[in-house]
Design a protein around this ligand. Structure first.
Ligand code: NAD
Length: 358
């Protein structure tokens, strides 16, 4: 039994609707297992621009730093399309990651047996389920490297730089090895070591670290091959670890293999147990306010929060099992309902999952 405190950023679009269901599930877990959870509401993204003129107010960063974890819905939307680049709602995400030191992004790509027909991949390849975890480096590499314009051989040119230190590779690889240890003990490191120097350091570091995890089978794939293997034979993967840009691309590819963006959670972690938890999807302005968004990605993000920040494995599994049970019982929101199936509202789906928890 414990007391835990969370910073809650509901955000924009469907953010407030789905976070409401995530919090309701956490409260149910609190009742069931005897924990006390408290929630501090904070602003970021478009809602923060409207209220304060800034996408990431200092109060929000301070509240996040003081919390055991951050719960985030999603930010952004057409209302803020004309806001200048560095004050756009989505900048709040980069700011939070940077200021909270969240360098590791964990994105599971899971297909539940009940939804295996939703995958665009042939049934004989996907089987009846899939469970891959992508561990993406989040605060280094080409997205943060030196960039600019210069005079080149053919006139003015633009450049971006991919740079990784051994320390940055080690700390992300440690998260990936640890994740593999509690899964199927298979780690695939993805790089472009046949071309890039930074990838050669990446591969050398992972190879050295493998000696500390003798139970984990480690293999290395070039990113182009990995992209192909993900659709050719996704079941060969357990945990994938990769750099910021490769992870950005591969995690979107993997999420599409599952066929349902409204189902996938994510965790962003730094040192220690602190983390930020959010669905992988955006603020879905096209369905905001209609009460039809799928809350499962957010609810499964709460399971990741319990697992990675609070180390409450039993409670995390209880949420995951309640989701599986609810899907197996045939309950669907509009995005995952097959033709002719009744679609539940966001609130109704949340209530069904809480029912399964009791
Ligand atoms: P999106 O993920 O918001 O929506 C893509 C499609 O998926 C839409 O048709 C939407 O209705 C549907 N969808 C998404 N989540 C769903 C859910 N839970 N249930 C049912 N359907 C769902 O992506 P987008 O339309 O490209 O972006 C919309 C806004 O969100 C943009 O402003 C973008 O910058 C922002 N965004 C924010 C985040 C974040 O906050 N982490 C991530 C991605 C995009």
């Amino acid at each position: 039994m414990g007391n835990y405190q969370f910073a809650v950023i509901r955000g924009d679009g469907i953010g407030p609707e789905i976070v409401e269901e995530g919090i309701a599930v956490l409260k149910k877990i609190g009742e069931k297992f005897g924990h006390t959870f408290s929630f501090t509401e904070c602003l970021a993204g478009g809602a923060a621009i409207d209220a304060t003129g800034h996408c990431l107010p200092e109060d929000t960063v301070a509240a996040a730093k003081a919390a055991d974890a951050v719960i985030l819905g999603a930010v952004g939307g057409p209302k803020w399309d004309n806001v200048p680049g560095n004050e756009r709602p989505e900048r709040a995400l980069l700011g939070l990651r940077e200021q909270l030191g969240l360098y590791a992004n964990l994105r599971p790509a899971i297909i539940h047996q009940a939804l295996s027909q939703a995958s665009p991949i042939k049934q004989e390849i996907i089987g009846d389920s899939l469970d891959i975890l992508i561990v993406r480096e989040l605060t280094g590499g080409i997205y943060f490297g030196e960039r600019g314009y210069r005079e080149g051989k053919y006139g003015q040119e633009a450049y971006d730089t991919e740079a990784y230190s051994e320390m940055e590779v080690r700390r992300i690889a440690k998260k990936a090895f640890e994740a593999a240890m509690v899964r199927k003990k298979h780690l695939t490191s993805v790089d472009k070591a046949n071309v890039l120097e930074s990838s050669r350091l990446w591969r050398k570091t992972i190879t050295q670290m493998a000696a500390d995890y003798p139970e984990v089978t480690v293999d290395h794939l070039y990113v182009d091959n990995a992209a192909m293997q993900l659709v050719r034979d996704p079941k060969q993967f357990d945990v994938i670890v990769t750099s910021n840009m490769f992870g950005d691309i591969l995690s979107d590819e993997a999420s599409q293999i599952t066929g349902s963006i409204g189902m996938l959670p994510s965790a962003s972690l730094g040192e220690g147990s602190f983390g930020m938890y959010e669905p992988i999807h955006g603020s879905a302005p096209d369905i905001a306010g209609k009460g039809i968004a799928n809350p499962i990605a957010t609810i499964l993000s709460m399971a990741m929060l319990l697992r990675y920040s609070l180390h409450l494995e039993q409670e995390a599994c209880a949420i995951e099992e309640a989701v599986t049970q609810t899907l197996n019982a045939g309950f669907r929101t509009a995005d995952i309902a097959a033709a002719g199936e009744t679609a539940l509202s966001t609130q109704e789906m949340g209530a069904k999952i809480r029912e399964a928890l009791s």
